[in-house]
Design a protein around this ligand. Structure first.
Ligand SMILES: [Zn+2]
Length: 378
């Protein structure tokens, strides 16, 4: 797999550690070309987009007229979701319900941010706790499966929990913090993979020990077809309609709501910090900072040289990594030695397990054909 000669894009900092990356004759990668061809021409932030945002707000309000809430927002306490809450309430004039899932890994600062934003914007907050034992069992199963996507159990629980709650309470609109400004380069499937329930179940069937009784789940079929077409669920991403500069948003949130940034930039909790900053780069050679920094290059926030400088630094310090690893092992109910042994196994991918990759790919192709999905998928 890694026999390919190392090559880095001449425009961004993505490289052949993404084995499916391709380059044109100028050495520019397919992510960059996709951005200039498909994302940028359809993405503008001006008076017109503001008008579109307000028109969407009107539509959402009308559809939810006799309900307590217009929409639901999955709130993590991070910049994207916190800023989204502000846009939804103050700019769009909506009545969102904030949904927070506690997967057991939240940093106290994230929880405080959630409370602060909810209180200062006078928004109702519903917090669901994911069963700790089930969560830990699934996460340990994922480590044993030797796959890169260790954030999948948490992500899936949050996403499925939110939808389950929304459908139960008949809230039709899900506002998401997804945005082109910081996510125009999506980490490749090889690094991150998707919310594929078939795959999650197979990993758990092989390596799990505890029955998943209350753990929220949502299959692709349910998400792509049943929810939108039978339950009338709609997703909307307001941050694509406003000027969204993460650094400016952070300052704004701090000044207006007393919101606090995390110590480690975009690591939302200890698990993610260890997974993205240590496990993924060391075991697989995947460094998600490359995507993050490439986004900043494409959107003109930093230069390629600055990004390369940043990549020379380790994701985070060795001492904290050790502490995180010990903490995670303890929470997953294994000794540090056992955890080391598990991590040291032979690397695998989703292809080594049952999965819905073919189906997801087919759906995305269809959506792209109809212009409903702009981002590249491979
Ligand atoms: Zn590139």
């Amino acid at each position: 797999m890694s026999e390919r000669k190392f090559q880095r894009c001449t425009n961004c900092v993505m490289d052949t550690t993404d084995s499916a990356i391709s380059f044109d004759e100028k050495g520019v990668c397919d992510f960059c070309n996709d951005y200039y061809r498909n994302i940028l021409p359809n993405w503008r932030v001006d008076e017109e987009s503001k008008a579109e945002l307000l028109a969407a707000a009107d539509k959402i309000k009308k559809k939810s007229k006799n309900k307590k809430y217009d929409c639901i927002i999955g709130m993590s306490g991070g910049v994207d979701s916190s800023y989204l809450c502000y846009i939804a309430k103050e700019v769009m004039g909506l009545r969102p319900l904030l949904y927070a899932a506690d997967t057991g890994w939240n940093l106290p600062v994230a929880d405080e941010n959630i409370e602060k934003i909810a209180a200062k914007l006078h928004l109702d907050l519903v917090a669901e706790t994911i069963d700790k034992e089930e969560m830990a069992d699934l996460q340990l199963a994922f480590f044993k499966a030797q796959v890169p996507y260790q954030d999948l159990p948490q992500d899936h629980a949050i996403f499925a929990g939110l939808y389950r709650y929304a459908v139960k309470h008949k809230i039709k609109y899900v506002l998401t913090g997804a945005n082109n400004a910081t996510e125009c380069i999506r980490p490749p499937i090889e690094w991150v993979y998707q919310n594929d329930l078939k795959f999650i179940k197979d990993v758990h069937r092989r390596f799990g020990k505890v029955k998943l009784k209350t753990f929220p789940t949502c299959s692709m079929l349910r998400y792509r077809f049943f929810y939108p077409y039978f339950k009338g669920m709609k997703r909307f991403a307001p941050l694509n309609y406003v000027e969204y500069d993460k650094e400016k948003a952070k300052v704004f949130l701090q000044e207006k709501f007393g919101w606090q940034p995390y110590d480690n930039k975009h690591y939302e909790n200890i698990f993610t910090r260890f997974y993205e900053g240590c496990y993924l780069p060391r075991k697989f050679g995947y460094d998600k900072r490359k995507c993050y920094l490439s986004n900043l290059i494409l959107t003109g926030k930093i230069t390629r040289e600055e990004a390369l400088e940043e990549l020379k630094k380790p994701p985070y310090d060795e001492e904290t990594m050790k502490e995180d690893k010990a903490y995670i092992a303890r929470k997953l109910g294994v000794s540090e030695g056992e955890f080391d042994e598990i991590i040291a196994g032979e690397n695998k991918t989703f292809k080594d397990y049952k999965n819905s990759y073919g189906f997801i790919r087919f759906c995305t192709k269809v959506l792209r054909k109809f212009g409903l999905e702009k981002k590249m998928f491979r």
